[in-house]
Design a protein around this ligand. Structure first.
Ligand SMILES: [Fe+2]
Length: 355
């Protein structure tokens, strides 16, 4: 909406002439003042209802620069034009930078030129007003985006926390049933995550791999305790029942959307590269990297911890068995190399010692 144009000059002749000129050519509302103090006290000025101010330089009491300084403080968006007589031109120019005058004009002015300058000043004001509105709109939408982002972030963090708790609960179910797997699932999750890092997997892949490690044996809840905790070697028939745990585990996790990325490694953590594993007898590239990592870590931790039928094996013996499995084409060579590197650099000590 257009606001008024204010003219301030101690000579009434000048204010009247300018006002008539502007009304005639620009059809804008004009307020005239012969005393700058009065202009500053006017309702128009106080209510910021002024688009453009034309001020004389030499005026009694308060000169044009002092007046425009006050304008800038209270009404910084108004476009200002300074009128100077030829004699005081130099002084006026010196002070112009202090108050950010849009244009200065010498008296006597050329009417066409003056109208053109005022028109340009009003266009500049209009543009800066529009920009200001756009800026506030943008700021508002940014705030809204930020608010929504924070809401989503909070929801996501809660969701991640829920998944973690759910996974730990699921792991507790199997640890409560199978007393010899105490800490096994937690260690498999952590060690698999470390191997994933060394193999430059993405953060999301590592996260899912750690979860899969924790729940990989959840299907053992479907295996009778007599078989699970048998203090001796399993018969062929018992082993067949035990083998079902990977498919049972997959079925337990299937309904949970947060565990969809873990289904494959849970089902296939007993597959062997040479096709001798179960449940599907997959070979080579048919087995995902996640399942290959779990296979290696599962065997490592099983050998390096106490079992129903034997004590924990010494590390040399554990490494020798894993090497043998690797050499006969059952385990992934790269994964075994990374595991041995972690063992040799003692990077697994904390995980192994804390159970
Ligand atoms: Fe298993």
């Amino acid at each position: 909406m257009s606001k008024a144009i204010m003219i301030v000059d101690d000579e009434q002749m000048i204010t009247s002439t300018l006002a008539a000129l502007i009304k005639m050519f620009l059809k804008r509302q004009v307020m005239t003042f012969n005393d700058p103090e009065e202009a500053l006290k006017s309702e128009w000025f106080i209510n910021n209802d002024v688009d453009l101010i034309i001020s004389d330089f030499l005026m009694p009491g308060m000169n044009g620069i002092e007046f425009l300084k006050s304008v800038r403080e209270k009404n910084p968006d108004a476009v200002t034009i300074l009128l100077t007589g030829y004699a005081d031109k130099e002084n006026a120019i010196k002070s112009i930078n202090e108050v950010g005058v849009y244009y200065y004009l010498e008296k006597p002015w050329d009417n066409t030129n003056l109208i053109k300058i005022i028109q340009n000043g009003l266009e500049k004001k209009e543009l800066s007003d529009e920009l200001k509105v756009k800026y506030f709109e943008l700021k508002e939408s940014n705030l809204e985006v930020e608010r929504l982002y924070n809401l989503l972030k909070n929801d996501y963090q809660k969701e991640v926390e829920n998944v973690k708790n759910l996974v730990v609960s699921l792991a507790n179910v199997i640890e409560a049933k199978d007393k010899y797997t105490d800490g096994h699932t937690r260690r498999v999750g952590l060690i698999s995550g470390l191997i994933g890092q060394k193999l430059h997997m993405s953060r999301e892949q590592i996260h899912n791999l750690e979860i899969a490690g924790i729940i990989h044996d959840i299907g053992k809840v479907g295996v009778p305790e007599g078989i699970l905790n048998k203090p001796g070697k399993l018969t062929d028939e018992e082993f067949e029942i035990m083998k079902r745990h990977s498919v049972i585990g997959e079925n337990i996790c299937k309904p949970l959307s947060c565990l969809q990325k873990c289904l494959d490694p849970v089902r296939h953590h007993h597959e062997k590269l040479n096709g001798s594993g179960y449940p599907d007898g997959l070979q080579g590239s048919e087995i995902s990297l996640e399942a290959r990592i779990l296979a290696v870590v599962d065997i490592f931790d099983a050998l390096y911890s106490k079992r129903p039928y034997r004590d924990k094996l010494p590390m040399d013996k554990v490494k020798a068995i894993i090497k043998e499995e690797r050499d006969r084409g059952a385990l992934d060579e790269r994964v075994v190399d990374v595991l041995f590197e972690l063992i040799d650099t003692e990077s697994l000590n904390d995980i192994i010692e804390n159970g």
